[in-house]
Structures are given as C-alpha cells and as structure tokens.
Design a protein around this ligand. Structure first.
Ligand code: PLP
Length: 434
C-alpha cells in the first residue's frame, strides 16, 4: 500500500517511509491510497471474536500488504494486552472505556503499535543506528509514548515537558521508567517544548549526528490502529443486541481518534453517524456551522487534552470527504461545552447514574444526552480514567475517586529527569553529546 500526502505535493511513500517520516515533505499528512472494506463474513462473525482477533483482521486490511501476517499478528497481540469494555451508563447511552491500557489513556494503543512497527522496520532494514524519538508533551502523550516505547530495542525516547506544569501522576508516568526513556524537564511552557522539537528536526548538524523521528498523533502508525476500538465496540453492541442505529460520540482535540472511526465507517462498519464533542476549543464546531476552517490559539479548559486550536487531523477528515463540507456534515455533528457545563455534567451524571466521568468523557456524554434521537443508541468514548484528574473530579462529584494500582505503582517510582533551559542551543548541545 502506498501513502499520499493531503497537500498533494510530495511523492507517494511506502508504509515504512510514512511511519519513519511522520509528516510528508510538503507538510501534508499521509493517507493510505486505498481503504479496503472488511468482508461480509467478518461482520457476521465479529461478535464471536476477541479484541485481538478483530484488531488483527483490521490491521491486515491496512498493513497486510507491507508486513507479513505473523509479524503483524505479533505487533497487534503485543499491543492489545488489555480490554476496552462497553459499559451501560443509562438507557441508550453507553461508555466505550478506552482507558484500560498501561497509562490509562486511549493513546496507549497507538503509541505501542507505532513503537512495535518502528521496531519491526528497523530490524528488517538491518539498520544498526539508534532511532531517537522526540516528543513534546503537556501530559498525556508523553506517558503513552514513553510506556509504548519502553524496552523496544534500538529506539530511544526523549520526552520534553514543561517544568512544574504537568500533574504529579502524569509526570511519574514518564520520569520513573529509566531504560530507553529520558525525561527532559524544560524551564518553560508546553509551546517551548514543542518549539524545541520542531527546531531539532530542522537542524542539519543534529540530523547528521543522529536519526531523529517524531511520535506525535499525525503518524499513520499511531492514528490508524485507533480504529480497532470501534470495530470491537460494534462487536460488543452486537452481543448486547443493540447494534442498530449506532452513534459514536468522540471527545476530540486533534481529531485523530474520530478520524480513525471514520475510516472504520469507510470499511463498512455499520455506524449511523458521529458526533465530535469539543470543549471551549470549538474550531471544528464552527467549521460545521460555517464551512470555514479558522484555527486560533487554544484556550485552557478542564478537558486539557482537547485544548487544541488547530486540529492536526482536520486535513485528513477534509480529504476523506473529498473536501465536501456537506459530506462531512452528513456524517458528523458537533458539540462544544464550557468548563461550567463540563463540571455540571460530571456532577449530574454521577448523581443520576453513579458513573464517574472524566472531563473529556463528560463532553461526549453530554453531546449524546442532548443530541441522541429516538431509536438511536449512543456510545461515547471515555478517553481517560477519571483518576488521572483525581482532584478535579473529586471536587466536582464530591466523592472519592480510587487510584488504580497501575497508576499508584508509577507514583512509587523514583523521578529521573534532565533539567534544561528553554533555549535550542542548550537542547542541541545536550543531544550532541548523547
Ligand atoms: C488525546 C486525548 C483526546 C483527544 O484525542 P484526539 O485524537 O486528539 O482528538 C481526548 N481525551 C483524552 C483524555 C486525550 O488524551
């Protein structure tokens, strides 16, 4: 399978090139040239298959031409060592819990899958050079990427994060790992970290010194595997006898997660429609209303993993629908909520149903409450475990949130980090001596 750029000005890439380059040379996003529908037989038997089996079949449709079946199976089975259950919250509304991975975030699947695929290609090519992954994080991405790449041979990860601006739980998830993971504490804000990573990719001397790659969510090996969740969710709903008129509601920031679900629909997954739930960062919501895409600076909200003012995967969605605003509107509705509404929703849902929402999931739940029509069944993605936002959630629901053992274990580890100022000169000097 070959991959084209959404900007249309770069040569077609192989899977290996798309995964190692991340972004196309014309700054566009890679898209597979074909989307292979799943067979009728697959959909008929889907409810009898495990999460791993379903994911393997879907992965074959994406990557089967480029990676031998047994290797691909290893990658998929190694990635999916946990469940993503569908939980009933109330009549017609279900939570698709995407937070049962190693760092309790839905990004765990994409991060681990990408780590394994990159490791596979490196081994295949017989390269002896170390691959260095740079990732800037405001919290969640760093932990998912660090844990996904932990222990993968031939790859070293540098996680750059703003000093004092990441919660203790999040910080512990990437500063206590050791091995092939280095945490770099930058005296600055998230944007400084991101700027350092961007400058590093553009620095000729540094790139001659070491092989650098990024692990952000635009990478095809990170975003496509997220579609596994939606096929498995459908299988579970079919088992419940509730698979008709399904509406998937996805709390969205960079729109990678919902984009993978849209790929699912193009592969024949029987979904009636989608809702993209935003916090106060409403660029996509506005686009649906006006047909104009107008990025702006992000604003801080309670659902901080969705504080995105220029969603990177918008280009993919636009491309997937042949740049048709009407086409997008026919499949996707939008919603946007303020922090006050998010908090109100979390408190109300807990009071009415006993279900604990995190601030991201709360946007999804509310959009279903407000937007679900008769005869529809809604699934919203719970994208993070509420314990990751413990103090916020506890203050809102006025009850305790238990910290899962897996999270508590991270917090017992010893923090190791490299302290750097926010200047590129300092960052470069540090990498040059590595
Ligand atoms: C990353 C993230 C999102 C947003 O996902 P996108 O794919 O960027 O739209 C939502 N919720 C949580 C908890 C996240 O970590």
């Amino acid at each position: 399978m070959r991959y084209y750029s959404t900007n249309g000005n770069a040569p077609m890439a192989t899977l290996q090139e798309a995964v190692t380059q991340g972004l196309a040379s014309d700054k566009g996003l890679f898209m597979p040239e074909r989307i292979v529908p799943m067979s009728k037989d697959f959909y008929e038997k889907i409810e009898d298959m495990s999460f791993q089996e379903i994911a393997f079949h879907v992965a074959m449709a994406f990557f089967g031409e480029d990676i031998p079946e047994t290797d691909l199976k290893d990658i998929v089975y190694d990635t999916l060592q946990f469940d993503c259950p569908v939980v009933k919250v109330e009549d017609s509304i279900y939570s698709l819990e995407l937070f049962h991975g190693p760092t309790l975030a839905f990004k765990d699947v994409g991060a681990r899958f990408m780590a394994r695929m990159l490791g596979y290609f490196r081994k295949q090519s017989g390269a002896k050079d170390l691959i260095n992954v740079l990732v800037a994080t405001s919290g969640d991405t760093g932990s998912a990427v660090a844990n996904g790449f932990l222990g993968v041979e031939g790859i070293h990860v540098y996680v750059l994060y703003p000093k004092g601006k990441v919660s203790n739980i999040q910080e512990s998830q990437f500063t206590t790992l050791g091995q092939n993971i280095t945490a770099i504490e930058v005296d600055g804000v998230f944007d400084d970290c991101q700027a350092l990573v961007k400058s590093a990719f553009m620095d000729k001397e540094l790139n001659a010194h070491m092989t650098l790659t990024s692990a952000n969510s635009i990478n095809v090996a990170r975003f496509l595997p997220q579609s596994f969740y939606y096929f498995y969710a459908y299988a579970q709903m079919k088992k419940f006898g509730k698979a008709g008129n399904l509406v998937f509601c996805v709390p969205s920031g960079n729109f990678g997660n919902i984009c993978s679900a849209l790929f699912g629909k193009k592969m024949g997954l029987p979904v009636k429609r989608f809702i993209a739930a935003n916090n106060a960062n409403d660029i996509f919501f506005k686009f649906l209303q006006t047909g104009k895409y107008e990025p702006k600076a992000s604003v801080q909200t309670l659902a901080n993993a969705m504080d995105v003012g220029d969603p990177s995967n918008f280009a993919r969605i636009f491309d997937l629908y042949h740049k048709s605003h009407a086409g997008i509107c026919a499949d996707i509705k939008g919603a946007t909520y303020s922090d006050t509404q998010i908090a109100e929703t979390m408190a109300q849902c807990y009071k009415d149903t006993g279900y604990v929402l995190d601030p991201h999931g709360a946007c999804g739940y509310r959009a279903l409450k407000e937007g679900l029509q008769e005869h529809e069944t809604g699934l919203f993605c719970e994208t993070a475990h509420p314990a990751k936002f413990q103090s916020t959630v506890e203050a809102i629901i006025k009850d305790n949130v238990e910290i899962p053992a897996r999270l508590a274990a991270f917090m017992k580890g010893t923090k190791q980090s490299v302290q750097l100022p926010k200047t590129f000169a300092a960052f470069k000097a540090y990498l040059m001596q590595e």
